[in-house]
Design a binder for this molecule. Structure first.
Ligand SMILES: [Zn+2]
Ligand SMILES: [Zn+2]
Length: 390
């Protein structure tokens, strides 16, 4: 079994063993000795797409999100094929991924570019041992299958067996290009969803994190690049919400559903696609906090303090803000403070920063409340007395 811990860390997509990860990269250099044939390149591409499908359809959309149903047999096939990409077992992967959605782009997110920089988000976290821990209490729906637990326990076996099969059938150049180069491509395109898809692309929906829609990544990862859509509505099997958002994994799953291999594929409700559904309270809170922080509370406080110094009833005002916290907030809220961003100003900045949403008023209102609370905290602090020269 992959390392088990109750500590909460957060991952988006994968965690290969660090040493094996380096060795797989180094093995690709052997191509300078072996050379390559057309058949090696064809196998490289075929193994790339088959394994990418197992990752996106299996590890992500099925094991992590349960966005469709299938038989116990096909569930095992998905976990087995995904296992040949050397990204640990399906149970571990799903646990890490569920953590990702819980903590996206917060300090608990081990591969958030916003938190730790691009390279740490892309692959640096793999070399930080503690970040490989997964909280298996979130995947009890998967640990009840002994065959999946067995695969997680022997998580390198499928990749080793595949490598041997390729070596036996295609020789050394087949192993290097067909298996190792293909595995490295699968690694980095999967990692790109952790890193690039949280930096480059469009945010159609407010999700409270940095997830983006990126068409190039969607093509390379068979649909995973519609990452902002996915963060917006994780329960959907389909991640390309519009007809032009190519999502090959979904097309293949649709095909498999016609053959009866998978069923109950879930689609996003129309209101979700159109973005007319109000946001969930935790998302509103997260975005409002970010919006409030885009203003400098120190500057606002300094401006208000400077103005107060010139007012005749300064002491009375101070006295009033020294009242209980709640009354001070109510007082400040009623008082006309041009230094404090108004609801309209906050709403305008929210429109600039974020996608359209029916919750923009709630976000602006909550952001103003957060600013008021912070302003109160600052104003209730003792006023620094400038030292006067004797
Ligand atoms: Zn993400
Ligand atoms: Zn996901």
């Amino acid at each position: 079994m992959a390392s088990i811990s109750s500590r909460i860390h957060n991952d988006d997509i994968i965690y290969p063993s660090a040493v094996a990860f380096v060795l797989v990269h180094l093995a690709c250099l052997a191509v300078f000795w072996t050379g390559f044939r057309t058949v090696d390149v064809v196998v490289c591409l075929a193994l790339y797409f088959v394994r990418m499908f197992a990752i996106t359809a299996g590890l992500h959309r099925y094991f992590s999100h349960k966005s469709f149903k299938t038989s116990r047999f096909f569930q095992f096939v998905l976990a087995l094929v995904a296992g040949t990409s050397a990204q640990k077992g399906a149970i571990w992967w799903a646990a890490k991924h569920r953590e990702h959605h819980k903590y996206s782009d917060t300090p608990n997110d081990v591969h958030s570019p916003a938190q730790s920089g691009f390279w740490m988000a892309h692959l640096g976290w793999i070399f930080t041992h503690s970040k490989g821990d997964a909280d298996l209490s979130t995947v009890k729906d998967l640990t009840r299958y002994p065959e999946l637990v067995w695969l997680d326990k022997h998580d390198r076996l499928p990749a080793v067996v595949l490598a041997l099969l390729v070596l036996l059938t295609l020789g050394w150049s087949g192993l290097v290009v067909g298996f190792f180069v293909s595995t490295v491509l699968v690694y980095h395109c999967t990692f790109a969803i952790n890193s690039l898809a949280h930096v480059y692309g469009k945010q159609r929906y407010i999700t409270g994190d940095d997830s983006r829609n990126n068409w190039l990544l969607a093509l390379l990862t068979m649909g995973e690049g519609w990452h902002n859509n996915h963060h917006h509505y994780q329960a959907s099997t389909r991640q390309g919400f519009r007809w032009w958002e190519i999502d090959v994994t979904f097309y293949l799953l649709k095909l498999l559903s016609w053959l009866g291999v998978v069923w109950d594929l879930r689609s996003p409700p129309r209101a979700v696609v159109q973005g007319v559904k109000p946001l969930r309270p935790p998302v509103i809170e997260k975005v409002a906090r970010e919006l409030a922080l885009s203003f400098s509370i120190e500057t606002i406080t300094a401006e208000i303090r400077a103005k107060w110094e010139q007012m005749p009833d300064l002491d009375a005002l101070r006295e009033r803000t020294r009242l209980t916290r709640a009354r001070a907030e109510a007082y400040l809220s009623d008082w006309h403070l041009p230094e404090l961003p108004s609801f309209e100003e906050l709403r305008a900045r929210a429109l600039e920063k974020y996608a359209q949403s029916p919750s923009l008023d709630d976000i602006a209102g909550r952001a103003r409340q957060i600013l008021l609370e912070a302003l109160c905290d600052e104003l209730l602090q003792p006023v620094p007395v400038p030292s006067t020269p004797r």
